[in-house]
Design a protein around this ligand. Structure first.
Ligand code: FES
Ligand code: FES
Length: 82
């Protein structure tokens, strides 16, 4: 499987609304980061990841695309890129 594009070196802080679904971009190609804009269809190995907000608050979505807790940031972006 190809690696996703590193869209950002840090997470995206987003105010989410309870009861709404959000589709996180897994491929890194979206022009609407951190969310999917359909660009992944050019590379079939990627599909967006659904995030269902259970409460209204600020969520930090992974921008580097390397988090082990997708779609949320887990601090992996701080590790040096090899
Ligand atoms: Fe990246 Fe859809 S554009 S997963
Ligand atoms: Fe990807 Fe933090 S932005 S782990």
């Amino acid at each position: 499987m190809a690696n996703p594009i590193r869209a950002s070196d840090k997470p995206f802080a987003v105010s989410v609304e309870a009861g709404k679904d959000y589709w996180w971009c897994a491929c890194g190609q979206s022009k609407n980061q951190p969310f999917c804009d359909g660009s992944h269809k050019a590379k079939a190995e990627f599909t967006p990841v659904k995030y269902s907000a259970t409460q209204s608050n600020t969520v930090f979505f992974c921008g580097c695309k390397a988090s082990a807790n997708k779609p949320l940031c887990d601090g992996t972006h701080k590790k040096p890129v090899s």
